[in-house]
Design a protein around this ligand. Sequence first.
Ligand code: ATP
Length: 115
Amino acid sequence: MDKVIQRFRNTFNGCIALFKKDTNFLIHLIIAFIVIIISFAIGTTQVEWLFIISAIMIVFITEAVNTSIETAVDLVTRKRHPLAKITKDVSAFAVLLASIYALIVGFIIFIPYLF
Ligand SMILES: Nc1ncnc2c1ncn2[C@@H]1O[C@H](COP(=O)(O)OP(=O)(O)OP(=O)(O)O)[C@@H](O)[C@H]1O
């Protein structure tokens, strides 16, 4: 049981570290909060909710993994290195892909409600 509690504690520490290191995460969180409020207001369907929640979670997850990878690279080297650059750039690209997916989902779901 102690081990389970310790694991939760470590995970919680990871969450705090993520907020401290990555200011983008807070921005994503605020945007997600606004999207959820709008979704409640317009009464999106169950399937639309599934897409909205999955889009939000994919952005959160990639942003967290991106921060973790950036931190690991910084741990390995602070010097400029082409491999460090590729690692960070590819990891940032994953966040961009997730954000594009979220935008597409948002457009497909919310645009019809506007008209
Ligand atoms: N050690 C390095 N060697 C080579 N290029 C690097 C290195 N560290 C960072 N870079 C380049 O600088 C860019 C910015 O890196 P940085 O670590 O500042 O992340 P960041 O994009 O500012 O992350 P965030 O804004 O999420 O904190 C990277 O995407 C990469 O192209």
